[in-house]
Design a protein around this ligand. Sequence first.
Ligand SMILES: C[S@@+](CC[C@H](N)C(=O)[O-])C[C@H]1O[C@@H](n2cnc3c(N)ncnc32)[C@H](O)[C@@H]1O
Length: 277
Amino acid sequence: MTGAEFDHFCQAVKARSGLSLTAEKGYLVRSRLAPVARSEGLADVPALLAKLKAGAPEELMQRCVDAMATHESYFFRDGTPFEQLAQVVVPELVAARPAARSLRIWCAAASSGQEPYSVAMVLQELGGLLAGWRTEIVATDMSAPILRKARDGIYSDFEVRRGLSPERLGRWFSKVGEAWQVSPALKQMITFRPHNLLQGVAGLGTFDIILCRNVLIYFEVERKREILAQLATALAPDGRLFLGSAETVLGVSSVFEAAPEARGLYRRSQAPAAKIA
Ligand SMILES: C[S@@+](CC[C@H](N)C(=O)[O-])C[C@H]1O[C@@H](n2cnc3c(N)ncnc32)[C@H](O)[C@@H]1O
């Protein structure tokens, strides 16, 4: 798919989300926007793109941008980061904060909630280690509909089978009709907020741990660099950053460096030259 309408849409998506679409993604645009075109009563996707270019309401543009984002997520995705969280990162930070007794965790680009609920399960299962501690998980995403799903905490049979052990399913979920509802004990640990990674980190506060997984992969290198610089300003000096298994800061940014404890884990750069932009 090409043409002025397609180019206009690609630019609009990039400006609003950072997601980078190119001409060879035409098939993706066509398949993801087809349901939106239908819901608008339009003949096809080119008609929708023409309507957007002619100046459609922002709400429609936002729906189209959301449709282009990949919301794929599942519980305990990639396994290892959650083991590192339980076995290394949380115990170290707990040991480093005997007076504050408070831990703030940010799941940036949390999609439908499996990631923050997995973090909540890890914290709950650490039991005594965090007894008497204030813990807060902030889960954000740019997409309002996906954040609604996360907040509802209702998952299909298929979704709970992806990553949850039978023990965890039995302990933290209850069956509601054909679906599974996450327990109030996990829900009350999480604050869900809309947030666009392109818009900085003002108002979010400081976090001890940030998970920003499987989203930078969709951005161009300059955007990744800007976002990593922002994440660094929101992370405590001794905090830890988790990226997705296919993501790295190497060759992208010097504000983070590999943390010594485990692979795929990052900390703010200790080198004096590594300034946070
Ligand atoms: C593939 S999901 C990753 C979910 C989860 N972090 C995981 O690893 O399973 C990517 C999410 O990033 C969100 N996203 C894309 N661009 C964003 C942006 N500029 N700001 C905030 N969220 C964004 C999408 O809406 C989507 O839900």
